[in-house]
Design a protein around this ligand. Structure first.
Ligand code: SF4
Ligand code: SF4
Length: 260
């Protein structure tokens, strides 16, 4: 087993649900921390105040642009991390924080929030509200294999992370061609005749903005909070054929790594 990687959890403006989801790996989290990753920064779990150098930064939450400290922290995270992961809908797409207009009693002036890709380059998007414990675990293991594995493991990890990297590239596109929200599901999948009516998008929506009508999803855009869950959960939007065809070996690699 090669050296561990160093991982940090950087908390911007979010509800901490992504960190709870990470912790919901239970003994899987201990396997990761025992064998693959040292947690070098996490305001909730580690007594470290300054953002250190690290291999992987898991960034949760969007950035309040009225708060210079937050803007400075996200820039420092980019400087200090080899791989930056936008963990969850808020970091990746802004999610519910996009609708903030300020006025909270303890932070009255905090009224504008943007996804981290608006301020820094992001390597990997892991959307959803929150991402599942398994998906966070798998990204951690794949980041480990990408940085420390042998040539075959690096190639496999690259395949696994490729669509998440593609989401990051698309999400940071300056012309905002995509937010991976309910609208994109409509434009990219439903309107293209690609929808097979499986209902995964409706099941994944945390605010029940999608109902299945006549076997196809109907999206209430007024209810959509732009979390990205539906778009990334849809098997017709997200998984590249490359990834699908190698899925068995990828799962095998993760299982083998997790059983160490
Ligand atoms: Fe998220 Fe639902 Fe909007 Fe899709 S429709 S982006 S799952 S809130
Ligand atoms: Fe259609 Fe994708 Fe929703 Fe399935 S998850 S119903 S394929 S849009």
């Amino acid at each position: 087993m090669a050296d561990k990687i160093t991982v940090g959890h950087v908390h911007m403006s979010g509800c901490t649900g992504c960190l709870v989801s990470l912790a919901d790996n239970y003994e899987g989290l201990f396997t990761i921390l025992d064998n693959y990753a040292d947690l070098v920064y996490c305001l909730t779990l580690a007594d470290v105040r300054e953002i250190p150098k690290m291999d992987v930064a898991l960034v949760e939450g969007s950035v309040c642009i009225n708060d210079p400290h937050s803007v400075e922290d996200i820039k420092k995270t980019r400087e200090n991390a080899t791989i930056v992961v936008a963990l969850g809908g808020c970091a990746a797409y802004g999610n519910i924080t996009r609708f903030s207009r300020g006025g909270q009693w303890n932070q009255v002036g905090h009224e504008s929030f943007v996804p981290i890709g608006d301020l820094i380059d992001v390597d990997v998007y892991l959307p959803c509200c929150p991402p599942s414990p398994e998906s966070i675990r798998n990204v951690c293991v794949m980041a480990y294999l990408l940085l420390k594995g042998n040539a075959d493991q690096k190639a496999l990890a690259g395949e696994y992370l490729k669509p998440l990297m593609a989401l990051a590239k698309r999400g940071s596109d300056a012309n905002r061609s995509s937010d991976a929200c309910g609208c994109d599901l409509m434009y990219d999948v439903i309107n293209q005749g690609l929808c097979m009516g499986c209902g995964t998008c409706a099941a994944s929506c945390p605010v029940k903005a999608i109902t299945m009508e006549y076997g196809k999803p109907n999206i209430d855009r007024d209810m959509c909070i732009k979390c990205g869950s539906c778009y990334t959960a849809c098997p017709r939007s997200f998984f590249s054929m490359d990834l699908t065809s190698k899925f068995e070996s990828i799962l095998g690699a993760i299982d083998a790594a997790m059983s160490v």
